[in-house]
Design a protein around this ligand. Sequence first.
Ligand code: AP5
Length: 195
Amino acid sequence: MNQSQPETMEVNVPVIFVIGGPGSGKGTQCEMIVQKYGFTHLSTGDLLREEVNSGSERGARLTDIMTKGLLVPMEEVLDLLKDSIRKSSGSKGFLIDGYPRELEQAEFFEKEVCRCTLILFFEVPDNVMKERLLERGKTSGRADDNEETIVERLKTFHKYTRPILDHFSERVKRIVAVGTPEEVFSKVREVLDDL
Ligand code: AP5
């Protein structure tokens, strides 16, 4: 085997990147999509928090990055995602929630895993995202649901994630994700029913 070739994976089902700012409703909509379409939901934030909660050395490093609202190194995130995809053989499709966060992550995924089918982008004004997260922070116990970290998460989103939209414009489905979760989901259905 040629050691210089990256390991590739065979994925023959839809792969949907779900992106949007912090609190844009990615997780909420993914749950509704899973109910209707039976896709496998892989949230990079959840995978990273599981690693943190495992008490591993790697988890300790991640905590610091996440509580600063910064991005975890790309290789760490892709490793977790690849493991989860491998464990989900027979899936009808994948919702990759919170990934990619920067253009390089998108390119890396497409090189090492497979081409994404489309990108669902949830567009929500910053002040609405911030209010949602402050409200959730009253009970979530998440170390990053505090005002200071939320401001940093929003900055990180605008600086690193937004450029993906221009680069992949032909595959991006932009959804204005204000209104109730059900109202947002009816727009999501219009996109996914066409797949
Ligand atoms: P992650 O866990 O992905 O956090 P996030 O992107 O900040 O998003 P959230 O999970 O907080 O919000 P969401 O958009 O899923 O909204 P939700 O449905 O929960 O990432 C955390 C950290 O991990 C990052 O900062 C980074 O450090 C690291 N990380 C993750 N992925 C990475 C990657 N790929 N590369 C590098 N680092 C990575 O909703 C939020 C709240 O709003 C809830 O209370 C919900 O009930 C409410 N809500 C939802 N929809 C509505 C609605 N329509 N109306 C009213 N309320 C609503």
